[in-house]
Write a protein that binds this ligand. Sequence first.
Ligand code: UD1
Ligand code: CA
Length: 457
Amino acid sequence: MHLGVLILAAGEGTRMRSRLPKVLHPLAGKPLLGHVIETARSITPDEVTIVYGHGGESVCNALAAADLDWVEQKERLGTGHAVMQALPQLQRVDQVLILYGDVPLISGSTLVSLLAALHQTDLALLTVDLPDPSGYGRIVRDRDDRVIRIVEQKDATARELEIAEINTGIMAVSRSHLETWLGRIENNNAQNEYYLTDIISMAVNDGVNIQVVHPVSEEEVMGVNDKKQLAHLERHFQRQLADELMQFGVSLSDPSRLDIRGSLTVGKDVTIDINALFEGEVALADGVRIGPNVVIKNSRIGVDTEILANSVIEDAEIGSGCRIGPFARIRPESHLSDQVHVGNFVEIKKSQVAAKSKINHLSYIGDTVVGSEVNIGAGTITCNYDGANKFQTVIGDRAFIGSDSQLVAPVTVAEGSTIGAGSTITKDTPAETLSLSRAKQISIEGWQRPVKKTKSS
Ligand code: UD1
Ligand code: CA
C-alpha cells in the first residue's frame, strides 16, 4: 500500500490581515504548514503533496524540501477543486490522507487511527462534536446512525444546523475511489464551489461503509483563520509542552508563562522561573536554574549553572557551576567553561572564558580569549573594532584587569598580569607584572573652589 499525504494550503487567509501567507504564520516559532508537514512525516508516508494558492511561491520557497511535491491551484474553486489539481501527482499512491495547512496541531496518533480505520473500508472521516458547530460542515447521519452526507453551513437547513458533529475536513480515502468521485462533483451550491465533502454521499451511494474517527482533543482539528485563533492554539501548544516538561521532572514556577520555540532538552532537577523563552535547540543539564525573563537561543547550559533574571543567551555554550546575570548578554560563538561568573550588564561576544574567571559588572568582552581564574574589573572594555576590522584580545590565566580599563586589540595581557584601574592598554603586557597607563595623580596646595558671584548692582 502506497500512502500519499495531501495538504491543502491554497487558502487566502484574508482574516489574518497580513502580507505573510496564512500558512507561514509561526506557531511556536515554526510556520503553521511546517507543523502539518512534520506531523505528516511522522507517519512515514510515501509521498507528501502540498496544494498552494496563486502567488503562493513564497510558501514553497519557505518550506522547500526534497520529499515534498508542490501543486499550484490557480483559481480557488473549493476544496474538491484543490484535491483535483493534485490527482495527477498521486498516480502511484493507493491511499490519500487529506490534511489542511492551517490546522497545525493535528496529531500523528490521530492520523494513525484514521488510517487504521481506512484499512476496513474506502473512506475514513475525522469528525468531532463541538458545543458551537457554526461555520463548519455538519455530519448528517441516518436513523441507524450511519453517516450519509456532509452539508456545509451555507447549504444547511435549520434542523441540520443543530447538528453538533462537524467535519474537521481531515479524511483518508482510497485514491481510485477519490478519483472517481471527484470526477462527479459539481458546484451547484450556495458558494458555487467544488466541495470535497460531496464525495461522502457518493461513497454512501456506492455502498461504501464510512468509518468515523475522533481526535483526542478539539485543538487538534482547530483551524487558524485569524490572530485570535492563532494565539489560542499557541497557548494550547505551549501548555502541552509545559506539561511534558513537568512530567519529565522540571519545576516550572508557572506553566502558563513559558514559551518554547524549538526543542528544549532537560536533565534532572531543572527549575524554570516565569516568562522564560527558549528558541531553537536548547539543552539544560541537571540542576540548571533559569531565572525570570531569561531568553536562551540555540545554547547548551551545563550542570548546576544558574542563569539569573533578564539574561539573554544566544548560540553559546556555558559550562557547569556557572552563575550568569542578572542582566547578562552572552552573544553567539561564546564559550564559557566551568564555574565562570558573569554579572550584570556584561556583554560577551565570540569569546572563550576559561574556568573560574569572573566578569562581574558592566563590561564588553568581544573576540577575546580569557584564561582561567581571571578577574575582570567593572567597566572593562575590549576595543575589538577599529571601524573596519575586528581584532582579538588575549588575557592569560590569573590576570587581574583593574576597573574601567580598555584593552585595545590586538593585544595580549600575559598570565598573571595586573592592569591598574583606568588604564588604556595598547601594548602587550609581560607576565606577572603591573601595567598601567594613566597620568600621575597630582594635588594642588592652596587651590580654592570658585565661589558663586553675589548679585551686586
Ligand atoms: C471546509 C469543509 C467543511 C469543514 C471545514 C473544516 C468543504 C467544502 N468544507 O470548509 O465541511 O467543516 O473545512 O475547517 O470542504 N482550500 C484550498 N483551495 C480551495 C479551498 C480551500 O486549498 O479552493 C484549503 C484551505 O487553504 C484550507 C482548507 O482547504 O486549508 C479548507 O478551506 P476552507 O475555505 O477553510 O474550508 P471551509 O469552507 O471552511
Ligand atoms: Ca475554514
